[in-house]
Design a protein around this ligand. Structure first.
Ligand code: MN
Ligand code: MN
Length: 277
Protein backbone atom coordinates (compact mmCIF):
# COMPACT_ATOMS: atom_id res chain seq x y z
CA UNK A 1 0.00 0.00 0.00
CA UNK A 2 1.25 3.46 -0.87
CA UNK A 3 -0.77 6.66 -1.06
CA UNK A 4 -4.47 5.85 -1.09
CA UNK A 5 -6.27 6.71 -4.32
CA UNK A 6 -9.81 7.87 -4.94
CA UNK A 7 -11.85 9.60 -7.63
CA UNK A 8 -11.97 13.29 -6.71
CA UNK A 9 -15.78 13.20 -6.92
CA UNK A 10 -15.87 10.76 -3.99
CA UNK A 11 -13.83 12.86 -1.55
CA UNK A 12 -15.43 13.41 1.85
CA UNK A 13 -15.25 16.25 4.36
CA UNK A 14 -11.75 16.90 5.79
CA UNK A 15 -10.04 14.61 3.31
CA UNK A 16 -7.13 16.04 1.32
CA UNK A 17 -7.49 15.44 -2.40
CA UNK A 18 -4.25 15.66 -4.36
CA UNK A 19 -5.18 16.38 -7.97
CA UNK A 20 -3.12 16.86 -11.10
CA UNK A 21 -3.76 19.65 -13.59
CA UNK A 22 -1.68 18.71 -16.65
CA UNK A 23 -1.77 22.11 -18.36
CA UNK A 24 1.27 24.00 -19.64
CA UNK A 25 -0.21 25.84 -22.64
CA UNK A 26 0.20 29.20 -20.88
CA UNK A 27 3.96 28.78 -20.39
CA UNK A 28 5.87 31.62 -22.05
CA UNK A 29 9.27 29.97 -22.57
CA UNK A 30 8.99 26.20 -22.74
CA UNK A 31 6.45 23.44 -22.21
CA UNK A 32 6.90 20.46 -19.89
CA UNK A 33 5.04 21.05 -16.59
CA UNK A 34 1.97 19.20 -17.93
CA UNK A 35 3.93 15.98 -17.33
CA UNK A 36 4.72 16.87 -13.71
CA UNK A 37 1.83 15.63 -11.53
CA UNK A 38 2.29 11.87 -11.94
CA UNK A 39 6.09 12.23 -11.73
CA UNK A 40 5.85 14.05 -8.39
CA UNK A 41 3.56 11.30 -7.07
CA UNK A 42 5.98 8.67 -8.40
CA UNK A 43 8.77 10.43 -6.45
CA UNK A 44 6.66 10.39 -3.25
CA UNK A 45 6.10 6.66 -3.80
CA UNK A 46 9.69 5.88 -4.78
CA UNK A 47 11.26 2.90 -3.04
CA UNK A 48 14.30 5.11 -2.40
CA UNK A 49 12.53 6.86 0.48
CA UNK A 50 9.88 6.26 3.13
CA UNK A 51 6.49 7.89 3.65
CA UNK A 52 7.20 9.68 6.91
CA UNK A 53 7.29 13.45 7.06
CA UNK A 54 9.84 15.08 9.34
CA UNK A 55 7.26 15.41 12.15
CA UNK A 56 6.64 11.64 11.88
CA UNK A 57 3.33 11.78 10.02
CA UNK A 58 3.14 8.53 8.06
CA UNK A 59 1.54 9.28 4.68
CA UNK A 60 1.54 5.60 3.63
CA UNK A 61 -2.12 4.67 3.40
CA UNK A 62 -3.00 7.77 5.40
CA UNK A 63 -6.80 7.71 5.74
CA UNK A 64 -7.20 11.43 4.96
CA UNK A 65 -4.79 11.78 2.01
CA UNK A 66 -5.77 10.65 -1.50
CA UNK A 67 -4.09 10.86 -4.89
CA UNK A 68 -6.97 11.50 -7.28
CA UNK A 69 -4.96 11.54 -10.51
CA UNK A 70 -5.19 14.14 -13.23
CA UNK A 71 -8.72 15.55 -13.14
CA UNK A 72 -10.90 16.42 -16.15
CA UNK A 73 -11.62 20.01 -17.14
CA UNK A 74 -13.01 21.62 -20.28
CA UNK A 75 -10.38 24.22 -21.07
CA UNK A 76 -8.31 26.57 -18.93
CA UNK A 77 -11.01 28.47 -17.04
CA UNK A 78 -12.91 25.25 -16.30
CA UNK A 79 -10.11 24.20 -13.93
CA UNK A 80 -12.37 25.97 -11.41
CA UNK A 81 -14.96 23.20 -11.77
CA UNK A 82 -13.16 20.18 -10.24
CA UNK A 83 -11.64 22.42 -7.54
CA UNK A 84 -15.12 23.75 -6.74
CA UNK A 85 -16.49 20.20 -6.51
CA UNK A 86 -13.78 19.23 -4.03
CA UNK A 87 -14.52 22.30 -1.91
CA UNK A 88 -18.25 21.58 -2.14
CA UNK A 89 -17.64 18.20 -0.51
CA UNK A 90 -15.79 19.90 2.33
CA UNK A 91 -12.48 18.39 1.22
CA UNK A 92 -9.17 20.21 0.85
CA UNK A 93 -7.71 20.63 -2.65
CA UNK A 94 -3.97 20.11 -3.10
CA UNK A 95 -3.13 20.70 -6.75
CA UNK A 96 -0.04 19.60 -8.67
CA UNK A 97 0.62 21.64 -11.81
CA UNK A 98 1.00 22.37 -14.52
CA UNK A 99 2.26 25.88 -15.10
CA UNK A 100 1.43 28.70 -12.70
CA UNK A 101 -1.47 29.98 -14.84
CA UNK A 102 -3.63 27.35 -13.12
CA UNK A 103 -3.60 29.43 -9.93
CA UNK A 104 -6.18 31.86 -11.35
CA UNK A 105 -9.00 29.33 -12.00
CA UNK A 106 -8.10 27.51 -8.77
CA UNK A 107 -8.38 30.70 -6.72
CA UNK A 108 -11.60 31.61 -8.54
CA UNK A 109 -13.10 28.45 -7.04
CA UNK A 110 -11.45 28.99 -3.66
CA UNK A 111 -12.73 32.57 -3.38
CA UNK A 112 -16.34 31.48 -3.74
CA UNK A 113 -15.96 29.57 -0.48
CA UNK A 114 -13.44 31.93 1.16
CA UNK A 115 -14.19 35.50 0.00
CA UNK A 116 -11.34 37.07 2.02
CA UNK A 117 -8.78 34.42 1.22
CA UNK A 118 -5.15 35.22 1.99
CA UNK A 119 -2.64 33.95 -0.54
CA UNK A 120 1.04 33.22 0.05
CA UNK A 121 2.99 32.80 -3.18
CA UNK A 122 6.50 31.34 -3.15
CA UNK A 123 8.08 32.33 -6.46
CA UNK A 124 11.12 33.85 -8.15
CA UNK A 125 8.61 35.85 -10.20
CA UNK A 126 5.73 38.13 -9.26
CA UNK A 127 3.45 36.75 -12.01
CA UNK A 128 1.68 40.13 -12.00
CA UNK A 129 2.07 41.05 -15.69
CA UNK A 130 -1.09 42.51 -17.15
CA UNK A 131 -0.30 40.26 -20.13
CA UNK A 132 2.75 38.57 -21.61
CA UNK A 133 3.18 38.04 -25.35
CA UNK A 134 -0.46 39.03 -25.73
CA UNK A 135 -1.67 36.28 -23.38
CA UNK A 136 -3.66 37.54 -20.40
CA UNK A 137 -3.74 33.98 -19.06
CA UNK A 138 0.05 33.63 -19.26
CA UNK A 139 1.78 31.91 -16.35
CA UNK A 140 3.32 35.35 -15.80
CA UNK A 141 -0.13 36.88 -15.15
CA UNK A 142 -2.33 34.78 -12.82
CA UNK A 143 -1.93 37.02 -9.79
CA UNK A 144 -2.88 40.10 -11.84
CA UNK A 145 -6.14 38.35 -12.77
CA UNK A 146 -6.73 37.20 -9.18
CA UNK A 147 -6.18 40.65 -7.69
CA UNK A 148 -8.02 42.73 -10.29
CA UNK A 149 -11.05 40.46 -9.89
CA UNK A 150 -10.97 40.90 -6.12
CA UNK A 151 -10.53 37.17 -5.51
CA UNK A 152 -8.15 37.54 -2.54
CA UNK A 153 -8.15 39.52 0.67
CA UNK A 154 -4.37 39.67 0.60
CA UNK A 155 -1.42 38.45 -1.44
CA UNK A 156 2.04 37.95 0.07
CA UNK A 157 4.88 37.04 -2.29
CA UNK A 158 8.12 35.48 -1.07
CA UNK A 159 11.36 34.83 -2.95
CA UNK A 160 10.89 37.40 -5.73
CA UNK A 161 14.11 38.24 -7.59
CA UNK A 162 12.93 39.36 -11.04
CA UNK A 163 11.22 42.65 -10.23
CA UNK A 164 10.44 45.03 -13.09
CA UNK A 165 9.02 48.55 -13.08
CA UNK A 166 5.70 47.27 -14.46
CA UNK A 167 5.38 44.55 -11.85
CA UNK A 168 6.36 46.98 -9.08
CA UNK A 169 3.49 49.24 -10.20
CA UNK A 170 1.11 46.29 -10.46
CA UNK A 171 2.06 45.19 -6.94
CA UNK A 172 1.40 48.66 -5.56
CA UNK A 173 -1.88 48.93 -7.46
CA UNK A 174 -3.12 45.66 -5.95
CA UNK A 175 -1.66 46.17 -2.47
CA UNK A 176 0.59 43.12 -2.76
CA UNK A 177 3.08 42.49 0.04
CA UNK A 178 6.28 41.64 -1.81
CA UNK A 179 9.16 40.08 0.12
CA UNK A 180 11.97 40.19 -2.38
CA UNK A 181 14.68 37.55 -2.06
CA UNK A 182 17.27 40.25 -1.42
CA UNK A 183 15.30 41.38 1.64
CA UNK A 184 14.35 37.93 2.98
CA UNK A 185 15.68 36.82 6.35
CA UNK A 186 15.34 33.43 8.02
CA UNK A 187 13.30 34.85 10.91
CA UNK A 188 10.41 35.79 8.56
CA UNK A 189 7.01 34.94 10.03
CA UNK A 190 3.63 35.15 8.34
CA UNK A 191 0.91 36.82 10.39
CA UNK A 192 -2.34 36.31 8.50
CA UNK A 193 -5.84 36.08 9.96
CA UNK A 194 -8.28 33.64 8.41
CA UNK A 195 -8.20 31.12 5.58
CA UNK A 196 -4.93 31.08 3.65
CA UNK A 197 -4.00 29.48 0.34
CA UNK A 198 -0.41 28.54 -0.39
CA UNK A 199 0.84 28.58 -3.99
CA UNK A 200 4.34 27.17 -4.44
CA UNK A 201 6.24 27.78 -7.69
CA UNK A 202 9.25 25.44 -7.80
CA UNK A 203 11.45 28.22 -9.20
CA UNK A 204 11.33 29.93 -5.79
CA UNK A 205 14.13 27.47 -5.05
CA UNK A 206 17.61 28.19 -6.32
CA UNK A 207 18.22 26.31 -9.59
CA UNK A 208 21.13 24.60 -7.85
CA UNK A 209 18.54 22.78 -5.71
CA UNK A 210 15.75 22.56 -8.29
CA UNK A 211 17.07 22.62 -11.86
CA UNK A 212 13.85 21.11 -13.22
CA UNK A 213 12.04 24.38 -13.90
CA UNK A 214 11.57 26.37 -17.10
CA UNK A 215 13.05 29.61 -15.79
CA UNK A 216 16.39 29.28 -14.00
CA UNK A 217 16.68 32.31 -11.73
CA UNK A 218 19.79 32.17 -9.55
CA UNK A 219 19.88 33.45 -5.99
CA UNK A 220 16.91 31.57 -4.58
CA UNK A 221 16.06 29.46 -1.55
CA UNK A 222 17.77 26.28 -0.50
CA UNK A 223 15.53 23.26 -0.05
CA UNK A 224 16.15 23.39 3.71
CA UNK A 225 15.12 27.04 3.93
CA UNK A 226 11.82 26.26 2.21
CA UNK A 227 11.15 23.23 4.41
CA UNK A 228 11.85 25.24 7.56
CA UNK A 229 9.46 27.98 6.42
CA UNK A 230 6.73 25.39 5.75
CA UNK A 231 7.28 23.73 9.12
CA UNK A 232 7.03 27.10 10.88
CA UNK A 233 3.76 28.16 9.21
CA UNK A 234 1.07 28.70 11.79
CA UNK A 235 -1.92 29.52 9.60
CA UNK A 236 -5.34 28.26 8.60
CA UNK A 237 -4.27 26.71 5.30
CA UNK A 238 -7.27 25.73 3.18
CA UNK A 239 -5.56 24.69 -0.04
CA UNK A 240 -2.18 24.37 -1.75
CA UNK A 241 -0.59 24.04 -5.13
CA UNK A 242 2.90 23.07 -6.26
CA UNK A 243 3.51 24.21 -9.82
CA UNK A 244 6.13 24.68 -12.56
CA UNK A 245 8.08 21.45 -12.10
CA UNK A 246 9.44 20.83 -15.61
CA UNK A 247 10.76 17.26 -15.99
CA UNK A 248 12.34 18.12 -19.37
CA UNK A 249 14.83 20.32 -17.49
CA UNK A 250 15.43 17.97 -14.58
CA UNK A 251 18.70 16.22 -13.73
CA UNK A 252 18.33 12.61 -12.57
CA UNK A 253 14.89 13.38 -11.16
CA UNK A 254 16.33 15.45 -8.32
CA UNK A 255 13.75 18.23 -8.69
CA UNK A 256 10.93 15.67 -8.64
CA UNK A 257 12.24 14.52 -5.25
CA UNK A 258 12.44 18.12 -4.02
CA UNK A 259 8.85 18.71 -5.16
CA UNK A 260 7.83 15.46 -3.46
CA UNK A 261 9.50 16.54 -0.23
CA UNK A 262 7.73 19.92 -0.32
CA UNK A 263 4.38 18.22 -0.99
CA UNK A 264 4.96 15.83 1.92
CA UNK A 265 5.84 18.61 4.36
CA UNK A 266 2.85 20.69 3.22
CA UNK A 267 0.62 17.64 3.76
CA UNK A 268 2.05 17.26 7.27
CA UNK A 269 1.25 20.93 7.89
CA UNK A 270 -2.34 20.55 6.62
CA UNK A 271 -2.95 17.41 8.68
CA UNK A 272 -1.57 19.09 11.79
CA UNK A 273 -3.44 22.39 11.35
CA UNK A 274 -6.75 20.93 10.21
CA UNK A 275 -7.37 17.89 12.41
CA UNK A 276 -10.40 15.80 11.44
CA UNK A 277 -13.55 16.88 13.23
MN1 MN B 1 5.04 31.56 -10.83
MN1 MN C 1 8.28 31.51 -11.18
Amino acid sequence: MSLLTKDYRNLQADEIGIIGIPLDENSSFMRGPAKAPQLIIDAIQSDSANYFTENLTNLKGHPRVFWCGNVPFDGYLDISTPVGEILGAGAIPFTLGGDHSIAYPIIRAMSRKYPKLNIIQFDAHGDLYDELDGNRHSHASPFARIMENGLAGSLTQVGIRTMTQHQKEQGERFGVKVIQMKDWTADLEFHLEGPTYLSFDMDALDPAFAPGVSHHEPGGFSTREVLTMIQKLNLDIVGCDVVEYNPDRDVNGVTAMVAAKIVKELLARLLQDRPAK
